[in-house]
Design a protein around this ligand. Structure first.
Ligand code: HH2
Length: 272
């Protein structure tokens, strides 16, 4: 099995669901990014707007004030590639201009379709994520015909849109959007049948770190969900995910090293 990338999360926000306020100060966010890089992150995902259920929107100006200096400093470091987690054209434009090389858009370019033209022109990588509805209301009775089929059909249509706007298909990632308009059972079904998304022909990104289904299943508070996060991500990896978006890079790196060794026998032989 191929080695998966680990995407380290840097939330430059006052209100993210698990670490809101911790890294709103740019110096702290930059220091955190450097730590995640040292722990082995393959990509650093910088975001300035929380997408947690019920979160209030921020303006592009405010979002850029938050993420701009962080992207600039981390690009300047020359460490892992930088992903910008935004749905806004102005923010993406500035971040890509500063040297970010990936756009991670939880709306899959529905909020601001002009993002597609920008990405086509810049040749950046793009993560297209599934979300049912909008963050403020997405957890109010989400319903699907079949959650995996529905997510897959949505992602297929967003790939088609992106390609029609000139984005190189080879630069597209798809993401089932764990927790974005999904019940616990929807999230579990997406884990079990993640492999079906491989039929889209694009690599799968996956983000379940510290999310509420782990709390609902275990009773663990948001700062105590590392065990559940590791289990979820290892299973996602085994079922085909090739980029794992997590807050805790070092323990994920270790878990993944073992998962990779078990699932890829030749890697172990050459290591011994
Ligand atoms: N989840 C969150 C944010 N961005 N991007 C992708 N591609 N996949 C995800 O699952 C995903 C994402 C939510 O997590 P977090 O950034 O920690 O929280 P918040 O949105 O409250 O800042």
């Amino acid at each position: 099995m191929e080695r998966a990338r680990i995407m380290g999360v840097i939330n430059v926000t006052p209100d993210s669901f698990s670490d809101g306020g911790e890294f709103l100060d740019p110096d702290r966010a930059i220091a955190h990014g450097r730590e995640l890089a040292a722990e082995g992150a393959d990509v650093l995902d910088v975001g300035g707007e929380s997408t947690r259920p019920g979160a209030e929107a921020v303006t592009a100006e405010e979002e850029l004030v938050r993420v701009g200096p962080v992207v600039e400093a981390l690009v300047h470091d020359g460490g892992p590639p930088i992903s910008i987690d935004t749905s806004k054209l102005g923010v993406a434009e500035a971040a890509l201009g500063a040297g970010a090389t990936m756009l991670n858009d939880v709306t899959a370019m529905r909020a601001e379709p002009e993002l597609a033209g920008l990405c086509a022109q810049r040749g950046c990588e793009v993560v297209l994520m599934h979300m049912l509805g909008v963050p403020r209301t997405m957890q109010e009775h989400p319903a699907y015909e079949d959650v995996v089929d529905d997510v897959k059909a949505f992602l297929a249509s967003r790939i088609e849109f992106a390609v029609s706007e000139g984005i190189d298909e080879g630069r597209i990632w798809v993401d089932p959007g764990i927790g974005f308009g999904k019940t616990v059972e929807h999230n579990l079904e997406l884990h079990r049948r993640l492999g079906e998304l491989s039929e889209l022909g694009r690599p799968i990104a996956f983000g379940s770190s510290r999310k509420s289904f782990i709390g609902k299943l275990t009773g663990a508070d948001v700062d105590k969900r590392l065990g559940g996060t590791i289990a979820s991500n290892v299973i996602a990896y085994a079922n085909g995910a090739s980029m794992l978006r997590v807050h805790d890079v070092a323990p994920m790196r270790q878990a993944l090293a073992i998962a990779e060794a078990i699932l890829t026998p030749r890697t172990r032989e050459s290591a011994s």
